[in-house]
Design a protein around this ligand. Structure first.
Ligand code: HEM
Length: 408
């Protein structure tokens, strides 16, 4: 469906505009068509076409580590523990550190370990949905989409169920300041959360060093390549990143998928009746309205002058990749604004590409494939309380604040 996009002018694009944040799709189209590498004074170079986004994600002339001037500016406002994390998380480090840490993490976080979780996740979903079975109404976000990813990751890390609420609160505090500009008011709470979270992760690592088990933390400790292992700081940062990166993203995937299905009864019926479309509903939700609309919060930074669509981008300039726009590019996805379970989605960039391709993609996919069809099957008469969704106001993430439903 063509929208009022023709009336929009890229020069007036504002990533803080509530209308853009509510529905970015018309703006994505205008940016792709008229200004595929668009410079915005606060956001840097914004890249919106699939070919260019895909290219920059794989082009090693771009890094993710923030240049010194930006790092110093952040250091002047951020508490030390937040700064330490932002400089050590895998998502914000370049080779050679990235190559070494990623190789070690890949040894521990294997597809086999993830697939091994399937029976346990299925059981958890059954219990969770069973607890809701007699409720006439509930909230998809608060009762299903938010708790389930935390359950999955705590299972993988083998941390006690009783820690889940605390872990969720820390991860939320650590992402609350990520906006344009950075929400400085949220930084002290993020600092307290980071201090406590680091203390918690340190205790876990110490415990698993003494008493290893068959869990991901023990596997991360045991991982070794060319005589190298992860340092204590790298281990703690990794545990925290797994919790942060795996929480809000998967929560968004699950709740957005249910929203899209409630709006499309035919597709919902197909998901309910045919178990083979479970991967299709996950991939199409990721493409159509993926959890991360923009790659890496810190952006990409060229190490040398790089030409993109006729624009010379120089070192020190920030490049932001609009994953959500690339996934609606009609040159790769015909009729991109149609939600189609059966389209070829092998080229979507919802998990990124290249060096920083999502470590948890297999887990996010598995969680979605287990829980989304289960919700549709358990509650065949599920309906909106209010069909107008409330999205979190964000440039980077696509996240429902709530999704109240009735069970009929
Ligand atoms: C549907 C759910 C998810 C989505 C859409 C998603 C999306 C992404 C994207 C787009 C990136 C790359 C960002 C960039 O290149 O700038 C990424 C990286 C990452 N993701 Fe995910 N993610 C999801 C789930 C998870 C889960 C469940 C985990 C772990 C438990 C996880 C852990 C990570 C980590 C550690 C990285 C950094 C990889 C690196 O820098 O090498 N993600 N994710």
């Amino acid at each position: 469906m063509e929208t009022a996009g023709a009336a929009l002018d890229p020069r007036h694009w504002d990533p803080r505009d509530p209308a853009f944040r509510h529905d970015p799709i018309p703006w994505y189209r205008v940016l792709r068509e008229q200004a595929p590498v668009h410079h915005h004074p606060e956001v840097g170079y914004v890249v919106s076409r699939h070919a260019d986004v895909d290219h920059v994600l794989r082009d090693e002339r771009f890094g993710v580590a923030t240049p010194p001037a930006w790092r110093e500016a952040f250091a002047s406002v951020a508490p030390p523990s937040v700064r330490m994390l932002s400089e050590n998380l895998l998502l914000f480090v370049d080779p050679p550190q990235h190559t070494r840490v990623r190789a070690l993490v890949s040894q521990a976080f294997t597809p086999r370990r993830v697939e091994g979780l399937r029976p346990r996740l299925t059981e958890m979903v059954d219990t969770m949905l069973g607890d809701l079975a007699s409720a006439p109404s509930f909230d998809i976000v608060h009762d299903i989409a938010e708790p389930f990813p935390i359950m999955a990751i705590t299972e993988l890390l083998a941390v006690p169920d009783s820690d889940r609420d605390q872990l969720r609160d820390w991860t939320l505090a650590l992402t609350a300041f990520d906006d344009i500009p950075i929400d400085v008011a949220a930084l002290p709470a993020a600092g307290r959360a980071a201090d406590e979270f680091l203390g918690y992760a340190a205790a876990l690592v110490e415990h698993r060093r003494r008493d290893p088990g068959d869990d991901l933390i023990s596997a991360l400790i045991a991982a070794e390549a060319d005589g190298e292992t992860l340092t204590n700081d790298e281990l703690m940062a990794m545990i925290i990143l797994l919790l942060i990166a795996g929480h809000e993203t998967t929560m968004s995937l699950i709740s957005t998928a249910v929203l899209l299905l409630l709006d499309r009864p035919d597709v919902a019926a197909e998901v309910r009746d045919d178990p083979n479309v479970a991967p299709g509903v996950v991939e199409e939700t990721l493409r159509f309205m993926g959890p991360l609309q923009v790659a890496s919060g810190g952006g990409r930074w060229p190490h040398e002058v790089v030409e993109l669509c006729g624009v010379d981008v120089a070192p020190g300039a920030m490049v932001r990749l609009l994953l959500g726009s690339a996934n609606r590019d009609p040159s790769v996805f015909p009729d991109p604004d149609r939600f189609d379970l059966h389209r070829n989605n092998s080229r979507h960039v919802a998990f990124g590409k290249g060096l920083h391709f999502c470590v948890g993609a297999a887990l996010g996919r598995l969680e979605g494939q287990v829980v989304i069809p289960a919700v549709m099957r358990r509650f065949p008469k599920l309906a909106f309380v209010d069909p107008t969704p409330t999205w979190r106001s964000s440039f980077v993430t696509r996240q429902l604040m709530e999704l109240p439903v009735t069970t009929g």
